[in-house]
Design a protein around this ligand. Structure first.
Ligand SMILES: NCc1[nH]cc(CCC(=O)O)c1CC(=O)O
Length: 342
C-alpha cells in the first residue's frame, strides 16, 4: 500500500461555526469521492483574532492567508473557503481545485417581530437601525429605503453569525443582514424574515459559493478534487469576480454582482437540443452594482453573453465581467468607489 494515497487527508479549517459546517460538509464529500479518511485541522486566522472592523483592517483575504500559509507549508492538504472572502488574484502556487454547486446567493434580513424591510421602514416616527458593516449592503439598503421615501440607519457590527443575530434577539438592533448561504449552513435560515431580491440588493461576487483549494504541486489531489467542481457555478462566479477585479475593488468595496445561467434561447427554440457538431451554449446574465454607501447614487448595469454549457475554459465569463466593468467605469463607477472612506 502506498502511504501517500491511503493516509488521512488533512483539511485545514477556521474554528468558527460556519467554517466548521462548510468544512464538515466538504470533508464528507471528499471521503466519499476518494475513499480516504479526512481529518479536520483547526487554524486560527488574523480575521478571527482581530478586534478591528474588517473594513479598517482593509486588505482582502484576512480570513484566508493563514490557511494558505498552511497549504504552502504542507501542514494541510486542502482548505475550504467562502469564495467571496477570496482575493480575485489567484497565487500560481495554489489551485482552486473545485467550486461546488452554489447555495442561495442572496442576502437575508433577520428583523425583529418577523418584519420585512418594507414594514421595518414604514414607521415614520422611528428610523430602523440595521446592523451591517458592509459598504455594499449599506449602499443598497440606503438606496432601497430612499426609493421607498424612507430612511434607515446602518450600524457597523462584527462577529460571527450567532453574535450578529444576537443584536436583534437582545433588542439592540431592529435587524441585521446576512448571507442566506451562511444561515443555511449553520442551520438558522428559518430565522430569516425576508430573502432580499437581487433586483434590490445584489450579493457580493461569489456569495454562496465555496472554493476548495490545494497546493498546485499536488497535481493528483487537484485532479481528484476537481470531481466536486460545478462548471455552471464556476462560470457564474468567474464572471462576478472578473467584474470585481476589473473594477479594481477589494472585498470591502461597495460592489455587488450576480450571474445567472440559463439554457440559451437559441437552443431552446431548436427542438431536440443540440444536433451533432453543434455545441450546447448557456446564456450568462451578469448584473453589477457600485454605489455610495449613503445610497445616494448607484450604478446598476447588466449584460448577457454566451458561454459553453460546461466550460473547461472560463475565458467567456472572464470577458463578460471585464466588459461590464468597463461599462460601469464609463458611467462613473470609479468615483463612487473612491468615496469609500471605510
Ligand atoms: N463576510 C463573511 C462571510 N463570508 C462568507 C459568509 C457566508 C456566505 C457565503 O458563503 O457566501 C459570510 C457571512 C455573511 O456575509 O453573512
Amino acid at each position: 500500500m502506498n502511504d501517500s494515497t491511503t493516509r488521512a487527508l488533512r483539511l485545514g479549517t477556521r474554528r468558527s461555526k460556519l467554517a466548521m459546517a462548510q468544512s464538515g460538509q466538504i470533508a464528507e464529500a471528499v471521503r466519499e469521492l476518494t475513499g480516504r479518511p479526512v481529518e479536520l485541522v483547526e487554524i486560527t486566522t488574523y480575521g478571527d483574532t482581530s478586534r478591528e472592523h474588517l473594513a479598517q483592517i482593509g486588505g482582502s483575504g484576512v480570513f484566508v492567508s493563514a490557511l494558505r500559509d498552511a497549504l504552502l507549508a504542507g501542514d494541510i492538504d486542502f482548505a475550504v473557503h467562502s469564495l467571496k472572502d477570496l482575493p480575485t488574484t489567484q497565487p500560481e502556487s495554489l489551485a482552486l481545485a473545485a467550486i461546488p454547486v452554489r447555495e442561495d446567493p442572496r442576502d437575508a434580513l433577520i428583523a425583529r417581530d418577523g418584519l420585512t424591510f418594507e414594514q421595518l421602514t414604514a414607521d415614520e416616527d422611528r428610523v430602523a437601525r440595521i446592523g451591517t458593516g458592509s459598504p455594499r449592503r449599506m449602499a443598497q439598503l440606503n438606496a432601497w429605503a430612499r426609493s421607498l421615501g424612507r430612511r434607515v440607519e446602518t450600524v457597523p457590527i462584527r462577529g460571527n453569525i450567532d453574535t450578529r443575530i444576537g443584536f436583534v434577539e437582545k433588542g439592540e438592533l431592529d435587524a441585521v443582514v446576512l448571507a442566506a448561504a451562511g444561515l443555511t449552513r449553520i442551520g438558522r435560515i428559518d430565522e430569516a424574515t425576508q430573502l432580499l431580491s437581487p433586483d434590490v440588493v445584489l450579493p457580493a461576487p461569489g456569495q454562496g459559493a465555496l472554493a476548495i483549494e490545494c497546493a498546485a504541486v499536488n497535481v493528483d489531489l487537484v485532479a481528484q478534487l476537481a470531481e466536486l467542481d460545478d462548471p455552471d457555478t464556476r462560470a457564474a462566479v468567474t464572471a462576478e469576480r472578473s467584474l470585481l477585479a476589473a473594477l479594481e475593488a477589494g472585498c470591502s468595496a461597495p460592489v455587488g454582482a450576480l450571474a445567472d445561467l440559463s439554457p440559451s434561447s437559441r437552443l431552446r427554440s431548436s427542438r431536440g437540443g443540440p444536433k451533432a457538431g453543434e455545441q450546447a451554449v448557456t446564456e450568462l446574465h451578469l448584473r453589477g452594482v457600485v454605489g455610495t454607501t449613503d445610497g445616494g447614487t448607484l450604478v446598476h448595469l447588466s449584460t448577457t453573453g454566451h458561454v459553453p454549457a460546461s466550460p473547461d475554459d472560463v475565458s467567456a465569463p472572464l470577458k463578460l465581467g471585464r466588459e461590464l466593468a468597463a461599462e460601469m467605469l464609463a458611467k462613473g463607477a470609479a468615483g463612487l468607489m473612491g468615496e469609500r472612506a471605510l
